[in-house]
Design a protein around this ligand. Sequence first.
Ligand code: COA
Length: 257
Amino acid sequence: MNFQNILVTNEQHIATITINRPSKLNALNKATIDELHTAFMEANKDVNVKVIVLTGSGEKAFVAGADISEFADFDAKEGAKLAKRGQELIFDFIENLSTPVIATINGFALGGGLELAMACHFRIASDNAKMGLPEVSLGVIPGYGGTQRLAQLIGKGKAMELIMTAGMISADEAKNSGLVNHVTTLEDLVPTAYKIAGKIMRNSPHAIAAAIKAVNANFKDGVNGYEVEIEEFGNCFGTDDFIEGTSAFLEKRKANF
Ligand code: COA
């Protein structure tokens, strides 16, 4: 597939998707959102892809937000449509993928950029990264799930403060808040994600997909996460991965999923 705004590489069972609009600090315009949807869908369908790594091109930004130039003249109806479309096409879509997605935050992750990183299954940041949801400074609120996921990740009070002040936090502050799992140098950022991906892919892809579903269930309205866990746990028992994983343990060898 020929993309204009993103780059996709596929190596050693890792699909790396790079948002590639460095002159606009990788801001998410409509075309980029459409391309990201296609790239994530294809990577998730590819049985050879065990982990997806998302990053931004250049040394300055992961993503500096939704592309402000595209929505500055929108009315209420168009604004709501923009948020709904984006949430469906990439933010909710990524969160619910069965393939693990790691965000590597290599600079500014603001507004839709931080929302995108938060939709990924977990995050790693480089020490130059700056994160925030500055939407209220533009007279709007986060619309790609930021009000929900930031509160889930760092707690309601901290999320309220960060959103209301339109402030930015450093990579270390983000780590202390639980927003990112690790902080590295810019140079080590993607290699660290690949190292973690290597550990993930030793395990059963079926069980990992089930774990993503069960963890996500805790954050879905009207869904009992414990029930989802019981169901997904049970479903694992019928799989080839379960037979291989348990046999390998009993035979004192490494499982080959
Ligand atoms: N939407 C559209 N364009 C954006 C953008 C966004 N969210 N963020 C940055 N850009 C563009 C700038 O307009 C500029 O383009 P130009 O060179 O054609 O004028 C280019 O990216 C570089 O940005 P610039 O502002 O010159 O860089 P800086 O180093 O001075 O500042 C930021 C960096 C991130 C602090 C600043 O770009 C910024 O505040 N961006 C908007 C952040 C935001 O509010 N995001 C939430 C959107 S909902």
